[in-house]
Design a binder for this molecule. Structure first.
Ligand code: ADP
Length: 599
């Protein structure tokens, strides 16, 4: 099941809605508590200053315009400047503090998300598109920040401002205050019903954004295939559809959100018109206090913006909450494959590996059926067989990327499930066919084999891997950068860096998937020689493509459809005939350079 599209059900009750929020606050409030408190105090001060600016209107009208008290002009002007000064600085400090908290929160959540993703087992990565994962890490943390910002700003700034302005209104004219507040429930009701639609659309938007990223990423990674097969049009069309979908969904969210505006504006217009009529009537016929009336109407006008934002609060929160929920889906993912609670540290110098009637399936269809195989310590077993026979799966089970569905994989007689996953993998070095290097220096890539290796050990590993010379010929030597995915190096050079990395690991078990691509004769010899050194003194599983490797192996296992159909040495198997002899003719590359026959 795709975790982006699964589980999500349309409308959620208040508990489900508050759940992620409560969690978000619980987990992240404490480190920022003091800064939040400071921001809150600043927002209260700014709110009070806003109310003060409305309150003072009464004095301006009554003392200056009606009583014409000249002596108070400067005092009042001074007070006005002071009030706005306070408001300005308080707003500045609160917004800077909140921004910093927000940035720190995003960084913190992104680290947690990345950790959660790294923690997952291989099966997770097989079943989730990279785009999903990337969107979750990049967008969901920001959504969490918006949710918190929204709550703090709404409660701190808008609610306090509103309350203090209502206080001013009540002080200046209690009757009119009561009457104009009747509007509030109507507004809240109107906005709430827009919620459900926004929620669904926001969720879809995130999913579709993930598709966009997946398409871009695949296009970049597979650019050679894209160009040589002329797939641009197909990809452009897919990309066009995804972007059009996002556009449509964003529009829908915006339209739904904006629908609150006509509602609020109309209601606001009615409220003000009513106040003007009622207040005017009181002044004309009952000689009411004009200063109080203007102060009231100022407070009402100022209250309008925060009230509008508070009315939309739920709506905006809903959008961010979609991201928060999706974030917790990732943080809550528990990898199926983990160390057992009573697992022990693996500790061995030499490893004999045994597959004991191992059954395995990725899904429904069995991939390994009762596979039994014994590899004595420090010997080399070559796995051969048609593609799809299950050779790579054997590797995955030794690494414990997956657990067998039946039987067991044993190292020195101990089931690998008894070891902690980390300690088991420290005893294994993997050399894959498509060598993967990280963008960084040559030295750093070799050191990935064993992070505590000294420069001298790195150099020795490079020499053993026949990589020393070409490394030294590169500008910068060991400090030269390999480029993204090792792009600055040739295929043969990448392989030798990968071999050096594996040599440095000093692991008793080696899993080697020989490269299928042919190199020039010299590079082949260099690599063969390096591999020879790498295999010495280790228990080696090799998915063999070269005849020399197969010939030299202590044991050859011929696999077909998840079973070992033949095993023995090269000579024995050639004598037996069968699948091996057949494969021999088809599959193995003889790297002794041959002169192509010219027709
Ligand atoms: P080989 O290495 O011999 O080519 P594999 O071990 O890669 O064979 O694959 C064995 C079988 O398992 C194949 O039928 C393949 O389609 C299937 N398979 C391999 N990896 C997966 C996976 N991640 N999910 C589902 N099926 C898989």
């Amino acid at each position: 099941m795709n975790f982006l599209t699964g589980r999500f059900a349309g409308f959620l009750g208040p508990e489900q809605k508050l759940g992620p929020l409560v969690r978000l606050f619980r987990a992240n409030f404490r480190p920022y508590a003091r800064r939040y408190a400071f921001a809150l105090v600043m927002m209260v001060i700014a709110a009070a200053a806003t109310a003060g600016s409305a309150y003072i209107i009464k004095e301006i009208i009554n003392k200056i315009f009606i009583e014409k008290n000249e002596g108070l002009v400067f005092t009042i002007a001074g007070i006005i400047v002071a009030v706005y000064l306070v408001k300005g600085f308080a707003t500045y400090f609160s917004s800077v503090t909140l921004t910093k908290i927000g940035n720190s929160l995003v960084a913190r959540l992104q680290r947690q998300l990345y950790d959660a993703v790294l923690r997952q087992d291989i099966a997770f990565f097989q079943s989730h598109a990279l785009g999903d994962i990337m969107v979750r890490i990049s967008q969901n943390a920001s959504a969490a920040r918006s949710a918190i910002d929204l709550i703090v700003l709404s409660l701190g700034r808008d609610l306090f401002t509103l309350i203090s302005l209502i206080a001013v209104m009540v002080v200046q004219n209690p009757t009119m205050s009561a009457l104009s507040l009747v509007i509030a429930p109507i507004a809240i009701y109107g906005v709430t019903h827009l919620l459900r639609k926004v929620r669904t659309a926001a969720r879809k938007e995130v999913v579709t954004s993930a598709q966009i990223i997946t398409i871009v990423q695949e296009s970049v990674q597979g650019i050679r295939v894209v160009k040589s097969f002329g797939l641009e049009d197909r990809l452009r069309a897919a990309f066009g559809r995804a972007t059009a979908n996002v556009e449509q969904l964003s529009n829908r969210i915006a339209t739904l959100g904006a629908r609150s505006s006509p509602l609020m504006e109309t209601l606001g217009g009615f409220a003000i018109a009513f106040v003007v009529m009622f207040g005017g009537y009181q002044i004309v016929h009952h000689n009411a206090d004009p200063g109080a009336f203007f102060s009231f109407i100022t407070a009402l006008l100022l209250a309008y913006e925060p009230a509008k934002r508070l009315a939309r609060f739920n709506l905006d929160l809903e959008k961010s909450l979609v991201g928060v929920r999706m974030m917790y889906e990732v943080l809550d993912l528990v990898p199926e494959l983990q160390s057992a609670p009573d697992a022990v540290e693996a500790r061995f110098e030499a490893a004999s590996v045994r597959f004991d009637r191992v059954d395995f399936a990725y899904g429904e269809a069995p991939v390994l059926r009762g596979l039994s195989l014994t590899v004595p310590a420090n010997s080399v077993v070559a796995l051969v067989g048609p593609s799809g026979a299950g050779k790579s799966t054997v590797f995955s089970l030794v690494e414990r990327f997956y657990d067998p569905t039946g039987g067991a994989v044993l190292i020195n007689g101990t089931d690998v499930r008894r070891f902690t996953v980390d300690s088991l993998r420290r005893h294994i070095a993997l050399v894959t066919q498509d060598t993967f290097l990280f963008d960084g220096t040559v030295a750093a890539n070799i050191a990935d084999g064993r992070p505590d290796a000294t420069p001298a050990e790195i150099e020795a590993a490079a020499r053993d891997a026949n990589a020393y010379e070409f490394i030294m010929a590169m500008p910068g030597g060991f400090e030269a950068r390999v480029g993204e995915g090792g792009g600055n190096l040739s295929g043969g050079q990448r392989q030798r860096i990968a071999i050096a990395r594996a040599i440095l690991r000093q692991a008793p078990i080696l899993l080697l998937d020989e490269a299928t691509s042919a190199l020039d004769a010299q590079a082949e010899r260099d690599i063969q020689e390096a591999l020879g050194r790498l295999m010495t003194g280790r228990t080696t599983f090799v998915i063999a493509h070269r005849l020399a490797t197969v010939r030299d192996a202590d044991l050859i296992c011929v696999m077909d459809k998840g079973e070992v159909v033949q095993s023995g040495t090269h000579e024995q198997l050639m004598a037996e005939g069968g699948l091996y002899a057949h494969l021999r003719a088809l599959q193995f590359r003889d790297e002794t350079p041959t002169v192509a026959a010219v027709g």
